[in-house]
Design a protein around this ligand. Structure first.
Ligand code: FES
Ligand SMILES: [Fe+2]
Length: 466
């Protein structure tokens, strides 16, 4: 395994504007050192083979060699808080039934009847037993066989043989993970260094307040990779440029399975350099078009009037306003929280398909799965928000699955974010189609801004070569 703590980090070229570290240094409060320290790694410049995105044989190799061996984000705790609550999680040719046990733990069973193979459940809910709707084989919530109609006809099978087969389950940050194969790294090893980094941001104290999904006509990797760099913002999301340091973003490779990009908000894009009207203008544009500021989640909406005092930057003014908003909305003391942890897109990605945003704001969490083949995926966007101090933990909201003819803007719970995601979607199907008809079958990546995509493919190769 590569040594990701090595100090020997060759550098790629960087945007000639102010870098991420320079932007952080001008803020009132510094973020944790792990954010400010340059953890980029040069991982090569070779082209990626386009067939990885549409070839059924490559997709089959992912199913055989990768998916069974990785920890997959399958559910959040608030999706199944009580004993008997269950979630069905389908992915990559498997179906799992996650069930909350009487002792509060979670077990994951293969969601297939051991009689003639009907799926046991197709939804999420609560049950005292799992009864197959075909002939009535029934299991307890701990996976033990409960009853079989005409048990006398199955004397050749013991109850032990008819226990539902299980997958491994692990927990971190309010997320529940499953892995089909029992052998492999612990969840802490797999996620490293995420658990250390997220100690400040405590996703276990958050619940899902919005959750929207849509089937996309593109390979799951194409769709995911559109959310792994800010390079595309210049052309795909031009309305974000007045307040987004797209080309100043930092890209860090953190562990075998984890990378991140930190995209600063409240600073003008280098693409618009020379056109900044004022720091106040940056703030006003941010408040209008940013999809994640706390005021989107604050019914009082009184943070729309943020004035930049003379001599301060937009980031300082936004940071001060968001410290107040956060304290009022969630309780607690935000007086020493950095601008960056309140404003910026801190977009972590855990191999293969799970992307939790860091920071203290309501956080976006992405997941992408093949649905069900190499040509389609299910993309999900959750927003998880801190439970206000002293208040009971509410239940999570269920997924709002958009229909084929609906857009992300038909999900009002996403606010401005829906329109931004819809802009991303304009590229997905055409990229999938384009790769199929590409003459040279090569995907070229920028050395710096697209290093996370390269890191992903190198990790994927590591699994496929086993
Ligand atoms: S297939 Fe499930 S009981 Fe027959
Ligand atoms: Fe985007």
């Amino acid at each position: 395994m590569a040594d990701f703590d090595s100090q020997d980090r060759p550098q790629a070229a960087r945007c000639p504007g102010p870098g991420w570290e320079t932007i952080l240094a001008a803020d009132d409060i510094a973020p944790p050192e792990f954010m400010a320290e340059d953890r980029y790694r040069y991982l090569g410049s070779d082209a990626i083979d386009a067939r990885r995105y549409y070839d059924p044989a490559f997709f089959r190799a992912e199913i055989d060699k990768m998916w069974p061996n990785v920890w997959q984000f399958a559910a959040r705790d608030e999706d199944m808080p009580e004993p008997g609550d269950y979630v069905t999680y389908d992915n990559a040719g498997r179906s799992f039934l996650l069930v909350r046990q009487d002792d509060g733990s979670v077990r994951a069973f293969h969601n297939v009847c051991l009689h003639r193979g009907r799926k046991l459940k197709t939804d999420s809910g609560s049950a005292e037993q799992f009864v197959c709707p075909f002939h009535g084989f029934a299991w307890n919530t701990d996976g033990a066989l409960r009853t079989i109609p005409c048990r006398w006809d199955f004397g050749h099978l013991s109850d032990a043989q008819l226990h539902l087969p299980e997958a491994s389950v692990a927990h971190w940050g309010g997320y529940i993970f499953v892995r089909e194969n029992p052998e492999g790294p612990t969840i802490e090893e797999f996620l490293a260094p995420l658990p250390e980094f997220f100690k400040r941001w405590r996703h276990e104290d958050c619940v899902t307040v919005a959750w929207v999904g849509k089937v996309v006509k593109a390979n799951w990797k194409i769709t995911m990779e559109a959310f792994m760099e800010s390079y595309h913002a210049y052309v795909t999301h031009p309305q974000l440029l007045p307040f987004t340091g797209d080309a100043n973003a930092a890209y860090h490779v953190l562990g075998e399975h984890v990378n991140v990009n930190y995209t600063p908000f409240g600073t003008i894009s280098p693409h618009l350099d020379g056109h900044a009207l004022s720091e106040q203008w940056i703030v006003d544009e941010f408040v209008k078009y940013n999809g994640r500021s706390a005021d989107n989640y604050d019914p009082e909406k009184d943070d729309y009037n943020i004035t930049v005092p003379a001599g301060l930057t937009a980031r300082q003014a936004l940071g001060a306003a968001m410290r107040q908003t956060s304290a009022r909305t969630f309780g607690g003391d935000y007086s020493q929280v950095s601008e960056s942890e309140l404003l910026d897109a801190l977009v972590y990605n855990v191999f293969p398909n799970f992307a939790p945003w860091g920071g203290f704001m309501p956080n976006i969490v992405y997941r992408w799965r093949p649905w069900p083949d190499q040509d389609h995926c299910l993309m999900e966007v959750r927003v998880i928000a801190r439970v206000p101090e002293g208040q009971p933990r509410p239940a999570g909201v269920p997924m709002h699955l958009l229909g084929e003819d609906q857009t992300w803007e038909d999900a009002p719970e996403l606010g401005i974010l829906g329109g931004v995601v819809e802009q991303d979607m304009t590229n997905m199907e055409l990229t999938h189609e384009g790769l199929k008809c590409s003459k040279n079958q090569r995907v070229e990546l920028g050395d710096y801004q697209e290093v996370r995509l390269r890191h992903f493919h190198q990790t994927l190769d590591h699994y496929l070569e086993q």
